[in-house]
Design a protein around this ligand. Sequence first.
Ligand code: MTE
Length: 321
Amino acid sequence: MANIKIPKGWEIPENRVTPESVYINRRKFIKDLGIAGAGAISLFGSTACAQDSKAEKQLKPYRDQKLEHKKNEAFTVARPQTEEIIAATYNNFYEFSSGKTNVWKLVERFKTRPWEVEISGLVENPMKIDIDDLIKQMPLEERIYRFRCVETWAMVVPWLGFPMKVLLDKVQPKDEAKYVRMTTFMDPDVAFQQNNNRLPWPYVEGLTLAEAMNDLTLLVVGVYGHILPPQHGAPIRLIVPWKYGFKSIKSIVSIELTDKKPRNFWNVILPREYGFEANVNPNVPHPRWSQAKEWLIPRRDVSYPTRIYNGYGEFVAHLYK
Ligand code: MTE
């Protein structure tokens, strides 16, 4: 939104941070459901982990697979970029763990190639395509976006991908199509938390067709110049930077155009806490904690004001008039 003053957030130190206990409640809920992983209690200690040479070693094969792309200079952020190793060792991927700092260690057996993505439902040209064939057909670009988790942590990451609109134009949504429903892979042998049948696997997320067609909405196949490592949702994930991170579904196998609003994973589990729209908004608190502030991983001790639509109002505010 043109008339919103974008403050230089990193210049405003804030000593009062939201108590850790409120986030631990979300973990407690999950723990009560019986899926707490080994890392569930070490939520915020990513720095030591990030220094770990094992993490560097885990990343290496992915770093070696560079993706050709152009940089889209329209999307940069006046905030320091998050170090790659920090972002790669602090993940939410509940298929593998309800912790964050151990996800990268648990994805070893997760094979993300070969991989097919199906685009179906209310479209003129349904398709099923191998991920590398899809990548060859798409105009890959790098965009540096702010990313904001509903739990108040944030990061700044150079994603590599293509606008979802390019793919949707290819399959041609029918007039009746109103929503896009995306689904993550299902493989309980590899993703152990999927054996917990008290959670509504597979992970599903959705957007309105207008949100999916917005220029900001990216299908992401790489990060920091190379293919996605598994912990970030390889081989293809969504990034919708004006929404809380849980909307940005990982490891997608199906994209379905529909006339019905999809029930999303977190909305099914906790409908009073996680909605469908989930736009970043400092003025609407989560029922159990404030959304007014955020902190940049790994510095939990410094917080910044949250921005409406995560600072992307000029691109998306019109969608919600
Ligand atoms: N997608 C799937 N399939 N499973 C998940 O648990 N977590 C979401 C989102 N996409 C999640 C998911 C949440 S809560 C966040 S904050 C982001 O992924 C985290 O992305 P990152 O690990 O790449 O930072």
